[in-house]
Design a protein around this ligand. Structure first.
Ligand code: AHG
Ligand code: MN
Ligand code: MN
Length: 332
């Protein structure tokens, strides 16, 4: 057993965060709640076909998208896991129109969590990899009081941590803090996450590009030029799973760039800023990568609405810079 194997999530967090003066353990408690939500969602995802959890609920969410049963389950589990532990004051969820404030009977804690409870919903019924994405902010308003919208509409640089859970051949929790990016694999036999991917960094060279080529006819010239350049260069592989979190995770480990650009009729693109682009951009930068909206740095953006959308170019720094340069160039 190597020294790092067998290190459970809470021990790792306690040991790494000990360097933070004033660390009170509240963040470790928050991460334990997120890990619990991840275990519950992972267990339900793995048995979805047996527990009547496939298919749609019949309702549509604020995004105008058909809500899958697992979307609703993941949303409910995540909110309940965060509400009554005293570390969170407010949750912003893809599946909720407005903010979810911690109810009166529980302490309104110091963190705000923005979450995509289940990312890649169209992949649920076909057993492809899906995940949960979360961003963590410190509140601006006074702890113990009800949080306000201003606590949620912050620039991406205000995040103190971000991460995702990926429900694939195994369940992995990837967490980024000031200290770096680390991956923890769930051992379902003991119900614990153990350190499995310490100090994740993008590899030197990008070799994968991820983009939905079905929209090629709607791409702006810069996007088309970049993709054609990758193809002409050779040495690249195209991979697109249709779950942002899965495409992001593979590109993080292997080196690559994911693009979901705006189009002529949808310049803002499809992906959401607060709980998809922000957390993944935070993780990407801490792993030596980059994230732009095709023009400027994602983390410098301040949302005007909870469910703002943004074009997204994210992954290995050199590839993101090359793609962004083409996309900026197209408009000059
Ligand atoms: P969600 O399931 O949370 O709505 O996210 C789906 C997103 C993202 O996961 C993925 O990259 C993208 O939708 C795929 O969109 P297209 O099917 O248009 O390519
Ligand atoms: Mn999503
Ligand atoms: Mn989702």
């Amino acid at each position: 057993m190597t020294p790092q194997e067998g290190i459970p999530l809470d021990r790792f967090l306690t040991e790494t965060l000990r360097e933070y003066p004033g660390a009170t353990g509240t963040f470790v408690d928050l991460m334990q709640s997120i890990a619990l939500a991840g275990k519950l969602i992972s267990s339900r995802v793995n048995r979805a076909g047996l527990s009547g959890m496939l298919g749609a609920t019949g309702s549509t969410n604020v995004q105008g998208e058909r809500v899958q049963k697992l979307d609703a389950y993941a949303n409910d589990v995540f909110i309940r896991a965060l509400e009554h532990r005293g570390h969170t004051c407010m949750i912003v969820s893809e599946e909720e129109g407005g903010v979810v404030r911690v109810p009166e009977q529980w302490h309104s804690g110091r963190y705000v969590v923005a979450v995509d409870p289940l990312d890649g919903s169209t992949n649920i019924d076909v057993n492809a990899t899906i995940g949960t994405i979360f961003a963590i902010f410190r509140r601006i308003s006074e702890e113990g009081t009800p949080a306000g919208d201003a606590d949620a509409l912050r620039p991406g640089t205000d995040q103190v941590a971000a991460g995702y859970l990926i429900y694939g051949s195994g369940t992995v929790l990837v967490l980024a803090t000031e200290q770096g990016v680390h991956g923890f694999t769930l051992d379902p036999l003991v119900g614990e996450f153990f350190l499995s991917h310490p100090n994740i960094r993008y590899p030197e060279r990008a070799q994968i590009f991820s983009i939905n080529e079905a929209y090629a006819h709607e791409w702006t010239p810069g996007v088309r030029e970049y993709v054609d350049t990758c193809k002409a260069e050779g040495g690249w592989t195209a991979r697109y799973i249709g779950s942002l979190v899965a495409d992001f995770h593979r590109n993080l480990l292997r080196g690559g760039v994911f693009l979901y650009p705006g189009t002529v009729d949808k310049p803002e693109g499809k992906l959401r800023l607060l709980y998809e682009a922000f957390p993944l951009a935070y993780i990407a930068e801490r792993a030596g990568g980059a994230a732009t909206d095709g023009r400027s740095r994602i983390l410098d953006i301040t949302p005007t609405e909870l469910h703002d959308r943004t074009p997204l170019v994210i992954g290995s720094a050199d590839a993101v810079q090359a793609a962004t340069a083409r996309m900026v160039g197209q408009t000059e």
